[in-house]
Design a protein around this ligand. Structure first.
Ligand code: BG6
Length: 478
């Protein structure tokens, strides 16, 4: 790496989400949320992708790994000390809405929940680590799902507003980086986690999805406005799942198809949240899918006034598209489809590994929006082996992360303005899509397994020492 590629003050750190690490699912008056009813194992992905899920717990049939997760609720001090040892400047985490408003509908916030995050933020600040907080990461209160139909309902906007006001007021001196909805665009594929409902068999999925999106856009814009008012020195971003779409070949039909997929999946939400307007291309899509949004009179003004300060995004892989996919092998991957890219190899979970795609992503996003970017998720889910001497030699993870961070360095040299980098799952956690513990991302190993066994003991992997060096040298050790 050329000297000083990464700017002074670049925010190095790691990322997590409340429901994937905390556990303590019934402690401190917490209410049930979506993640609490999602089973572990391969069944989870089927449930997430099949219409008609009933959001009930069935302990005879399934296990529920998020209930205990890695017990960050009780072990946060030990974990934060390890993050500090690596030299983290920031720690991305989320607040569980259900710790603050257990059903989502209360008028007063739950003091025990507020106090828990006070303790976490104080512990982070003790080491000079800034929290980067996602307000809603795949886990709205179950009451809002069951009684209101999730983000289909306009009333949820009001409940969300109450929630964000409570946390902005309480943490105004402790949190300066915020994001509204995690991977907001993932709701297209997994509405259960993103939009808080399962498409019903008789339901028009397009109308329901875009109406829910409209409510989230209004809610997000209201949150941005409230944040700017209550914490004027804070920055608040949107958060999208970004996987650049490549055409399979130079056939103009495929190039156009890739462009359409890129705009709809990657840009639609960010266009609204960053530019404050529904983009021109979506009008045609609405007409072709008979979508007629129910909007309140001043919704578009709110959206215009509540544009975000930066774009946070996750990057795991690129996606290759062809209009006619017959005869081609489909690729698996972070919720998104596409066909196999012959130039790329894939992880154990079929996610194609493409560091150059991260440079492409950063350039495309910056070219389009000209606002600061923040890579808030990136990482390799892999099986790790604990050797007899207790060491975990995760060179594959070091290769993955090193090549991606180098690609970020190139993008910075290309002129992209980047706030920081928080790799996903800096400590092993429950996988969002499969509920597995064995899909590990961390620099810190957690002794917890898919069958529920394990001591929860933490161990440093080889990548722990590697990342520590990367941070200490501001990326120059690469
Ligand atoms: C992102 C999510 O999609 O990818 C995280 O924001 C998730 O919550 C991460 O954990 C990795 O995906 P998975 O399915 O491997 O956990």
């Amino acid at each position: 790496m050329k000297k000083h590629t990464f700017p002074k003050g670049f925010l190095w750190g790691g990322a997590t989400a409340a429901n994937q690490i905390e556990g303590g699912f019934f402690e401190g008056n917490k209410g049930l949320n979506i993640a609490d009813v999602l089973p572990g194992g391969k069944e989870r992905l089927d449930i997430l992708q099949t219409p008609g899920f009933d959001f009930e717990i069935d302990r005879e049939k399934y296990s529920y790994p998020n209930h205990e997760a890695i017990d960050f609720y009780h072990r946060y001090k030990e974990d934060i000390a390890l993050f500090a040892e690596m030299g983290f400047k920031v720690f991305r985490m989320s607040i569980a809405w259900t710790r603050i408003f257990p059903t989502g509908t209360e008028l007063e916030a739950n003091e025990e929940g507020l106090a828990f995050y006070d303790r976490v933020f104080d512990e982070l600040h003790k080491y000079g680590i800034e929290p980067v907080v996602t307000i809603s990461h795949y886990e709205m209160p179950l009451t809002l799902v069951k009684e209101y139909g999730g983000w289909r309902s306009r009333e949820v906007v009001t409940f969300f507003e109450r929630y964000v006001n409570a946390i902005f007021n309480r943490y105004q001196n402790k949190v300066k980086y915020w994001m509204t909805f995690n991977e907001i665009n993932s709701g297209f594929i997994m509405p259960i986690q993103g939009l808080g409902f399962s498409i019903q068999k008789e339901e028009d999925k397009y109308q329901a999805t875009f109406q829910a999106y409209h409510h989230q856009f209004v809610a997000s814009a209201m949150a941005v406005k409230a944040c700017h008012k209550i914490i004027p020195d804070a920055q608040i971003g949107c958060m999208i799942l970004y996987a650049p779409v490549y055409p399979y070949d130079s056939n103009p039909q495929n190039v156009m198809f890739a462009l359409q997929e890129e705009r709809l999946f990657n840009y639609f939400c960010a266009d609204v949240q960053v530019r404050g307007e529904y983009p021109a291309f979506i009008q045609r899509y609405f007409e072709e899918h008979n979508i007629d949004l129910d909007m309140h009179e001043n919704d578009l003004d709110i959206i215009k006034e509540g544009t975000v300060d930066y774009i946070g995004f996750s990057y795991y892989m690129s996606r290759t598209e062809k209009r006619d996919k017959t005869k081609l092998e489909e690729s698996q991957g972070n919720l998104i489809g596409g066909v196999k890219n012959p130039f790329l190899r894939a992880s154990d979970w079929g996610w194609e590994i493409d560091p150059e795609g991260l440079r492409i992503s950063l350039n495309r996003l910056y070219d389009r929006y000209q606002v600061p970017l923040f890579v808030v998720e990136n990482g390799l889910g892999a099986y790790d082996k604990v050797e007899e001497d207790g060491s975990i030699n995760d060179d594959y993870r070091i290769d993955f992360l090193g090549s991606h961070i180098k690609a970020i360095g190139e993008a910075i040299k290309d002129g992209v303005q980047l706030i920081g980098y928080t790799s996903w799952g800096c400590i092993d956690l429950v996988s969002a899509s499969s509920g597995e513990f064995s899909k590990r991302y961390g620099y810190i190993y957690v002794d917890k397994h898919d069958d529920g066994s394990g001591t929860l003991e933490r161990k440093k992997k080889k990548s722990f020492y590697w990342y520590k060096e990367v941070i200490a040298t501001n990326g120059e050790a690469l």
